[in-house]
Design a protein around this ligand. Structure first.
Ligand code: TYD
Length: 202
């Protein structure tokens, strides 16, 4: 039986990353073999591309092509083989992030992103996506205490409101797959929402 592919999305500062390992532990305790990975990244080549994406100035088209190049390598080397083995794959960001950041955020043409998507990962789509949603202003407050900002984290509030609206558009287009988590709530409440969505998946 092929495994399940679950992705985690949201603007920078939404807090999604801190919920992935606890969820992985819970799934492992329930007997699943779980692979935790991230985008951009997840392979040695894709991690090198990630460094460039986060720290080297480039235009929107270059950004989109590098994101999809990293994704191609990651899908081929890691995600597809894991799903074929029957593993559960938890991935911190996937193609919804490209529609939200490069599409809605940078203004890159959505039809062209759709073409790249079908070229790079054809029929492979997440079975479930948890979208950690909160206002950009609140996310920025949470980020300000964190480390030195990368090229994306340096963007202003209007950029992140556009990215957020990009995620909303994706959630409306794929209501079966994308579940909204109220990430403005406190950490425990967010954790409970995550577990509740997973319970319904069983
Ligand atoms: P992020 O998950 O925020 O990593 P970290 O929590 O370690 O900072 O991802 C890094 C950045 O990459 C994030 O700002 C969003 C951006 N990104 C895109 O712009 N497009 C994409 O397709 C993906 C996967 C990420």
């Amino acid at each position: 039986m092929p495994g399940r592919f679950i992705t985690f999305e949201g603007i920078d500062g939404a807090g999604k990353s801190s919920h992935i390992e606890p969820l992985a532990a819970r799934l492992r305790a329930a007997g699943h073999t779980v692979l935790v990975t991230r985008e951009p990244g997840g392979t040695p080549l894709a991690e090198r591309l990630r460094e460039m994406l986060l720290h080297t100035p480039m235009d929107g088209l270059t950004e989109a092509l590098l994101v999809f190049a990293a994704r191609r390598n990651h899908v081929q080397q890691v995600i597809a083989p894991a799903l074929a083995r029957g593993d559960t794959v938890l991935c911190d960001r996937f193609t919804d992030a490209t529609f939200a950041y490069q599409g809605a955020g940078r203004g890159f043409d959505v039809a062209q992103l759709t073409a790249l998507e079908s070229w790079v990962h054809g029929d492979l789509q997440p079975d479930l996506t948890l979208w950690f949603d909160l206002p950009a202003e609140l996310a920025a407050q949470r980020l300000s205490a964190a480390r030195a900002p990368d090229r994306f984290e340096q963007q202003d509030g209007t950029f992140f409101e556009r990215v957020r609206s990009g995620y909303l558009a994706r959630a409306e287009a794929f209501p079966q797959r994308i579940r909204r988590i109220d990430a403005a709530a406190d950490r425990d409440s967010v954790g409970r929402q995550v577990m509740a969505v997973l319970e319904r998946l069983r």
